[in-house]
Design a protein around this ligand. Sequence first.
Ligand code: SF4
Length: 340
Amino acid sequence: MSVSDLVRVQYFFVSFMQKTMTNPFLQIEDLHKTFSVKAGPARTVAARAVDGVSLTVAPGEVVGLVGESGCGKSTLGRLVLGLLPPTSGRVIVEGRDIASLNKSALRALRRKMQVIFQDPFASLNPRMRVRDIITEPLVIHDLAKRSDLDARAVELLGKVGLPADAAMRYPHEFSGGQRQRIGIARALACRPSFIVADEPVSALDVSVQAQIINLLEEIQKEMELSFLFIAHDLNLVRYFSDRVAVMYLGKIVEIAPAEEIYRSPSHPYTEALLADIPVLDPTIKKKRILLKGDIPSPTSIPPGCRFHTRCLYRFEPCDKIVPRTTDLGNGHFVDCHLRG
Ligand code: SF4
């Protein structure tokens, strides 16, 4: 299949999703991001971090984005937020291409799109009081009078389950979970419509992870927020997401409603990620699928199916022909010759 055929398939995928969702909040069209990487004293090579991603997120929808470290998930999150310019492709928010927006329109849009970072230790300024951290976005966007900031800080702290007296303390006085709550309060300050949560619990103890996920779920329902929830652990996104997209080496290789992808994973990579989730019940025997080797470098993406170097099921066409996107029905799409 030629490159133009593949692009057409991607666009078919986007238009299908558009038909099934009324006015998506976010629409990503054939997005690419390539970085130049030094490969010697006088040589650079291209690293294709995001390599032709198309995706939509409806108002109030949670899309989980999973894959191993280095597959391009965080780069995609930064492209969506306009923190990085794409090499090609489009990011459309509420019907407007963000590349076409002037400074003030982009600023207004940024109010609606917030981020929760992975590391609650690094993402909070240690010299600022919590009150100033969480109300800073209100000051930047001129959304509140100075005299109202104390009350807004207390309101935001209450929303994330922290006491009012936390406002006058500094980040180092809090545990990891509490710091992540502060990060969430900051993200909510401007009453956004959409949040990119970039591995928001992976730096936390397992016991605290569930509390933060529950908090995000409550807030999502209450404020009807859209989320792009980035994680490397499929189990984490399972209960929080409406749909799950699985990303491998810069590309989405499978996307489906959350329950469907857990019930019947169709891409061998998704199957391997699911097989890696520990089962607490010792009576349940689970087939373990070990992925061979590490994820290849984005500077040398394998030909054909990019997963073929690690796939247990690879066969004749896999190392030569790029698999097309197959529609399995019910919003379930997969890139694999086994299903094509
Ligand atoms: Fe495996 Fe081939 Fe499917 Fe790729 S196309 S995931 S190599 S079976």
